[in-house]
Design a protein. Structure first.
Length: 311
């Protein structure tokens, strides 16, 4: 494994990050992701308007942050649902805020950031159900939200890629496109890329196994394809999908396999392979130009499938 100088510098920095007063491995993981996101991202871009609301479901509420790059008065805007990563157990508004701000400004679409429930407090299917219910709610309330219900896409990174895949499999008829950024697609850890990158960079096998156990405790006995996307057979509702695959990523092979499964099922697929990149590179725009390039690629793909004209 040969790493570029910028990547090596990032990895050296990551090795020095220690979670302050973490009480257990779960808290350590959550604080580590927060710290990494803050320290490796550039100054956040301003967005014309950011607001928050809670979607009231039967037994709980799902927080949603709304990014409006053209302000509140714009109606009939295209929209993007963003599903964050974090091994199903970490992440939230602040860890991905910088990425979503850039995405909103670059696409011109209203972006809805869904803060779904995390494991182990809420194992599968809680997080997936939150994402499905939130997409339905957003589509149902499109007029009051100032968006066009027929111009919605979805983007998910890492674990969020697994969740987005589950959403599009169930209600893909509501979506015009999907972007999966280095998606987590399998819980077996038996690919060549996991063998190569068992101890990193960024992710490691030990932590991944624990995360999947927390997220999907019953997964080994009777795996559900909605939790483990690599097992999905029916992609009939899945919209055109863009994959980002990073070269030095233990999730590389499962992401490529998922793309192959979709393509074989007839889903229009486009894959962009980021040479030299590691998992999570979207958080590293302070050092890596590829992070901005990826946002540009997402915006181009979104514009191909959404009408961004507003009135």
């Amino acid at each position: 494994m040969e790493l570029t100088k910028p990547i090596s510098q990032i990895l050296n920095h990551l090795e020095k990050i220690h979670s302050f007063n973490a009480q257990n491995p779960l808290e350590d993981t959550r604080k580590y992701l927060e710290t990494m996101s803050f320290q490796l991202s550039r100054k956040k871009e301003p967005v014309a308007m950011i607001e928050e609301l809670n979607i009231s479901l039967e037994s709980h509420q799902v927080p949603v942050r709304i990014y409006r790059p053209k302000g509140k008065d714009v109606q009939n805007s295209s929209a993007i649902i963003y599903i964050h990563g974090g091994w199903f157990i970490a992440g939230g508004f602040e860890t991905h805020d910088a990425i979503v701000r850039k995405l909103a400004n670059k696409t011109g679409s209203v972006v809805f950031f869904v803060d779904y429930r995390l494991a182990p407090e809420h194992p599968f299917p809680a997080g997936l159900n939150d994402c499905i219910d939130s997409v339905k709610w957003i589509a149902d309330h499109a007029v009051s939200l100032g968006i066009n219900a027929n111009q919605i896409g979805i983007i998910g990174d890492s674990a969020g890629g697994a969740l987005a895949t589950g959403v599009s499999t169930q209600i893909g008829e509501l979506l015009k496109f999907q972007v999966l950024i280095y998606p987590a697609a399998d819980h077996q850890f038996n690919t060549k890329s996991w063998e190569t990158y068992e101890t990193g960079p960024v992710l490691n096998k030990e932590g991944g196994i624990q995360a999947w156990k927390w997220y999907y405790p019953e997964g080994r006995n009777n795996p559900d394809p909605l939790a483990v996307p690599i097992l999905i057979k029916d992609f009939k509702n899945t919209p055109p999908t863009l994959f980002f695959i990073a070269e030095h990523d233990p999730l590389r092979d499962e992401g490529e396999e998922l793309a192959t499964h979709m393509q074989e099922a007839g889903v229009p697929i486009h894959t962009i392979f980021y040479k030299d990149m590691v998992h999570g590179f979207m958080h590293m725009d302070e050092v890596l130009n590829e992070a901005d390039q990826a946002v540009h690629e997402m915006a181009e793909f979104a514009h191909q499938h959404l009408k961004t004209v507003t009135k």
